[in-house]
Design a protein around this ligand. Structure first.
Ligand code: EPS
Length: 403
């Protein structure tokens, strides 16, 4: 229903995103998009590039006087570092004296990229496989986030662990036990996480992780970790079990897995539940006064691939950054002999940024399913559809089963 495309190389002139299919009259400003871009750049353990860039979006089309027009929205993020790469990244002329990259880094897209695309220089693979592309995704995803906010749907994230260091209490457990306030707004999680240099919720844990990152830096190593992305206010009924490509959980897993370096995705207590008896894994249906309610939310807000109305909880695992300053073994493709892998400026840890990207990817999927279910050409039309459905939902269940 909605689409976006990104283009741009890590050290090219700019990144762009074209977003299509949003309703008209959605309020959005450049400063809203820029605030999300800034959040993606933060985090202890980032590399030198983040000192060069101050990512901001130029709105090229689709927004007038602070509102969407229904037309394709195009956004441009300039790469400041491009000024140092104009010759190396020239579209026509090969730079005189430029040296090919011939040693692939294990864990990066270097070897698979040059093999598959028949490239003559690993640089050609690095440029697009770099996580720099996620800046364009965050810009696109922030438009989706704004759409959700118009329906009181909020998204937040936090880092659960880095380098195997976990908090003493995981906030997600409170969501799984459904003991969280009905008014809990997931963006509060981000407000809290953004106060930490690692986007963790536990100060003790932060200190321990910083120590470990310092050790990683000293020893030329990198770290990965796990993060949570949560959505609140999602109405019951997004997604469907009717066909594999209509499933909301599958779309969420795909969107999170698409983030660079993510190797694992879990919804609710997915992996833990696989070890439990069924009676300990599912969420009992109970009456709370007049209303149907759930004792727990171990399913993470999804049952039968449809949103239950409870918070959606997604957990992602990011592998350690593949560029090591004390590299592991590789092969020089020119000399065809064993060497150590190449070093290149990079981050030591990027899990905090990954969580922010996770927010925008989840926002994109939820905005898409919201538009599928309540779609209209203007935000006003969509709101009418949304309010009408929600107003009648519970009454309909009662009426249908009383007959
Ligand atoms: C990134 C930009 C990149 C890296 C990092 C993320 O810039 P550069 O290569 O010029 O330092 O800092 O990318 C990776 C760690 C990676 O493996 O691709 C960014 O904007 O997030």
């Amino acid at each position: 229903m909605i689409r976006f495309l990104t283009a741009g190389e890590s050290h090219g002139k700019a990144l762009t995103a074209i977003i299509e299919g949003f309703p008209s009259n959605l309020k959005i400003t450049k400063s809203y998009i820029d605030a999300q871009l800034k959040r993606r750049q933060m985090g202890y353990g980032r590399g030198g590039r983040m000192k060069i860039e101050t990512d901001t979006a130029e709105i090229l089309s689709g927004i007038r006087y602070g509102k969407t027009m229904g037309s394709p929205i195009s956004l441009l993020i300039r790469n400041k570092d491009w000024e140092n790469w104009t010759d190396l990244m020239d579209a026509e002329q090969k730079m005189k004296g430029s040296i090919k990259i011939t040693i692939p880094r294990p864990g990066h897209a270097d070897l698979t990229g040059v093999s598959k695309y028949n490239l003559f220089d690993i640089r050609n693979s690095i440029e697009r496989s770099s996580a720099r592309e996620t800046a364009a995704r965050v810009a696109a995803g922030s438009v989706a986030m704004r759409l959700l906010e118009a329906f009181n749907i909020h998204i937040g994230s936090y880092v659960e662990s880095i380098g195997g260091i976990f908090p003493t209490q995981n906030f997600a457990e409170r969501i799984y036990s459904n003991k969280i306030s009905k008014n809990f707004n997931a963006s509060e999680l981000s407000v809290k996480a953004d106060r930490s240099s690692l986007r963790v919720l536990d100060k003790n844990q932060e200190e321990k992780i910083i120590k470990k990152i310092k050790t990683a830096k000293k020893t030329g190593n990198t770290l990965g970790g796990t993060f949570f992305v949560v959505a609140t206010g999602v109405p019951l009924g997004l997604g469907s079990f009717m066909h594999y490509d209509r499933k909301l959980d599958a779309d969420i897993a795909s969107a999170i897995m698409s983030i660079n370096a993510v190797k694992g995705v879990e919804i609710g207590k997915g992996f833990q539940n696989a070890m439990e008896f069924g009676s300990n894994a599912h969420d009992e249906i109970v009456m709370a006064g007049e209303n149907i309610s759930r004792k727990t939310n171990r399913a993470g807000g999804l049952e039968g691939s449809i949103s239950t109305g409870l918070p959606i909880v997604v957990r992602g695992a990011m592998k350690p950054i593949a560029t090591l300053m004390r590299p592991i073994k590789s092969v020089d493709l020119k000399k065809m002999r064993g060497v150590v892998a190449r070093r290149e400026r990079s981050d030591f840890v990027a899990v905090p940024a990954c969580a922010v990207i996770g927010e925008t990817m989840l926002a994109w999927v939820l905005a898409n399913h919201l538009i599928i279910k309540f779609g209209g050409d203007s935000i006003e039309e969509m709101k009418d559809n949304f309010n009408n459905y929600n107003k009648k939902l519970h009454g309909r269940i009662r009426k249908n089963f009383r007959k």
